[in-house]
Design a protein around this ligand. Structure first.
Ligand SMILES: Cc1cc2nc3c(=O)[nH]c(=O)nc-3n(C[C@H](O)[C@H](O)[C@H](O)COP(=O)(O)OP(=O)(O)OC[C@H]3O[C@@H](n4cnc5c(N)ncnc54)[C@H](O)[C@@H]3O)c2cc1C
Ligand code: SF4
Length: 563
């Protein structure tokens, strides 16, 4: 049986670790450099601004540009996509006294909730299991929260550089000294166009990677400094849509079961979320573990199928899809966290290192808290005038002492137990949740997603034919993501181009943005995979399933506004 991992991409993390190359007087020097304007990176920038305000004597040590945040999206928020029902505790800690959730763009507190187990035609309501209870949490769009946090970070003095992808890690004498940004204005063959702009070296006393899921430089750093955790990281792929609807939905809904299959051999783990966004909008998404085995599975098309369920169709009836997007979620949990969250000159935060509570589908408040703690550790090190590894180790101590560590420990095997199938996994997961992690099921190992042996069924035969009203094809979904990637830019996806048909089929079905097509068959039975990289919405699934996503030219990709 084929496995995608038997056909590794032409990619080496070593190519992305370099010494600074710009002459010293041309390098852009900053105090603390943050990669990624997500909740984690922006919370970090906000906290640094607060600390600098409290300690004006530190201004000189931080230099002319005390804090810079690089963001590859068109603007902060463009690449942010989540549910989102957020636990507000980390935002309260970040903004401190006087902070009110009402000051944050949101759709209010969770008004109530329902959980259903679906079959093709029925929806059985069940009492919400403990991880799905959301009393006291708030509904929001992460893209909108990102724009709000970016404004707060700028007010605190941070310089945000959008449309800028951090491409290489600058390492000198064993210490991270910044990043090199990607070139802009190259053609498909790599030649320079009229508007060519070479990337630059940005050097910093402390570099903080807050890149989110499938962080490109985070993976480079984990390899360079041998930081990977005990267990491999695994991911889920989520595809979601935002709808304008005719009737308000007065509660958050989660579903389990159909359209996923419960048989152990399929390894289909996941479920859907449907959240109200005020009176006239709803978001609906489907999350599926990328350890699934069926090469004909497409999360994009399963979401289309889900919408045809009578219960769900009623919610969307008379409505209109206004946005679409896709993203992976790290789901290895506690045992997949890196051994250390720092290296000389470097700190790692948020989804990049897998700070997600999978059964609760929560990561925003861990991202914010880890960003805040990283800012404090970086500031302490700068106060003492030192930035070697030992100075930043206090960040690891702070994270281990925080609710991030406690929460992730409680649900430490939650994702792995579902490798035993839906029913056994569900029973073990419930036992662990009710006992708050005290029921010991032993440490369970996870295999990398790309190691799962593939099977091929005709699952795709039952995906609904898109009608352009309720159900859509992948290309119209890409359009609804606002993606405006230039067609002739260099290919940023690394895959082995000649693979067995089932591996090509896996990629073609898996990609929610129709980047891969199965091309000609070779005499040895392999097929050539054709690529349309400009469709890519940078969800990261290809990295989990045997290829490698690298950052395309800054400013490319989706332009989310409400996801
Ligand atoms: C569909 C879905 C539903 C979810 N639902 C919930 C929920 O309801 N509640 C909840 O709490 N959590 C939820 N999560 C998880 C939550 O969204 C994440 O945990 C959180 O967004 C992580 O924040 P982050 O700052 O670490 O990363 P991100 O939010 O991913 O932000 C990272 C930022 O860094 C930028 N970036 C990355 N690499 C580079 C680079 N090399 N150069 C420049 N910029 C770069 C990205 O463009 C992005 O803007 C959900 C996730 C998904 C996908
Ligand atoms: S090509 Fe882009 S959109 Fe498609 S799976 Fe890979 S990362 Fe996701």
């Amino acid at each position: 049986m084929s496995r995608a991992s038997n056909f590794p991409p032409p990619f080496s993390t070593r190519d992305y670790v370099v010494e600074p190359t710009d002459p010293p007087d041309e390098r852009i020097e900053v105090g603390v450099l943050i990669v990624g304007a997500g909740p984690s990176g922006l919370a970090c920038a906000i906290r640094l601004g607060q600390l600098l305000e409290q300690h004006p004597e530190m201004a000189e040590r931080f230099g002319e540009v005390p804090v810079a945040v690089l963001e590859k999206g068109k603007q902060p928020g463009s690449h942010l996509l989540s549910g989102a029902v957020m636990n507000p505790r980390a935002l309260r800690r970040l903004f401190g006294e006087g902070f009110r959730m009402d000051d944050v763009p949101s759709y209010g507190e969770v008004p109530g909730e329902s959980v259903y187990v679906l079959t093709r035609r029925t929806a059985l309501p069940i009492p919400p299991p403990p991880p799905m209870r959301n009393h006291g949490n708030w509904i929001l769009s992460l893209s909108q929260l990102g724009r709000f946090l970016a404004e707060r970070a700028e007010e605190g003095g941070a310089m945000i550089l959008p449309e800028t992808a951090a491409e290489k890690l600058l390492v000198s004498h064993g210490r991270v000294v910044g990043v090199r940004t990607g070139d802009k204005g190259r053609n498909r063959e790599g030649g320079e166009l009229g508007n060519f702009e070479a990337g630059s070296d940005l050097t910093a006393k402390v570099t903080i990677l807050a890149e989110g899921t499938q962080g490109h430089l985070t993976a480079v750093a984990l390899d360079r400094f041998s930081l990977r955790g005990e267990e491999p990281q695994v991911w889920e792929l989520a595809v979601k849509e935002v709808w304008k609807v005719a009737k308000p939905l007065g509660r958050v809904i989660h579903t389990m079961g159909w359209p996923l299959r419960t048989g152990k051999r399929f390894r289909e783990f996941g479920g859907s979320f449907i959240y109200p966004m005020g009176k006239d909008m709803v978001t609906i998404g489907l999350v599926v573990g990328l350890d699934y085995r069926d090469a004909s599975l497409s999360v994009h098309d399963l979401l289309q199928e889900l919408k045809t369920h009578p219960k769900i169709r009623r919610i969307l009836e008379g409505g209109e899809r206004v946005e679409w997007g896709a993203k992976t979620i790290p789901s290895g949990g506690f045992h997949s966290l890196p051994q250390e969250l720092h290296a000389p000159g470097l700190l790692l935060c948020g989804d990049g290192v897998g700070m997600v509570n999978v059964p609760r589908l929560k990561g925003i408040h861990y991202a914010i808290e880890s960003g805040r703690l990283a800012a404090e550790a970086a500031f302490r090190a700068m106060q003492r005038g030192e930035t070697p590894a030992s100075a930043l180790a206090s960040y690891d101590d702070a994270v281990r002492d925080s609710f991030i560590w406690r929460d992730l420990y409680e649900v430490r095997n939650m994702r792995q137990v579902f490798g035993h199938g839906f029913f056994v996994g569900g029973a073990l997961a419930s036992a662990m949740t009710i006992s708050k992690g005290r029921v010991e099921v032993g440490k369970m190992s996870a295999e990398p997603d790309a190691d799962q042996p593939l099977l091929v069924t005709n699952r795709d035969a039952s995906y609904p034919t898109p009608d352009g009203k309720l159900t859509f094809d992948k290309l119209s979904s890409v359009f609804a993501s606002g993606n405006k990637t230039r067609d002739d830019q260099p290919n940023h996806i690394r895959i082995e181009r000649r693979v067995p048909p089932e591996v090509a089929q896996l990629w073609a079905h898996m990609c929610p943005a129709q980047v891969y097509e199965i091309g000609r068959e070779e005499s040895d039975g392999t097929v050539v995979v054709e690529l349309a990289p400009s469709n890519c919405v940078q969800c990261g699934a290809i990295t989990a399933k045997g290829g490698r996503l690298t950052p395309p030219e800054g400013g490319s990709g989706p332009e989310y506004t409400a996801t």
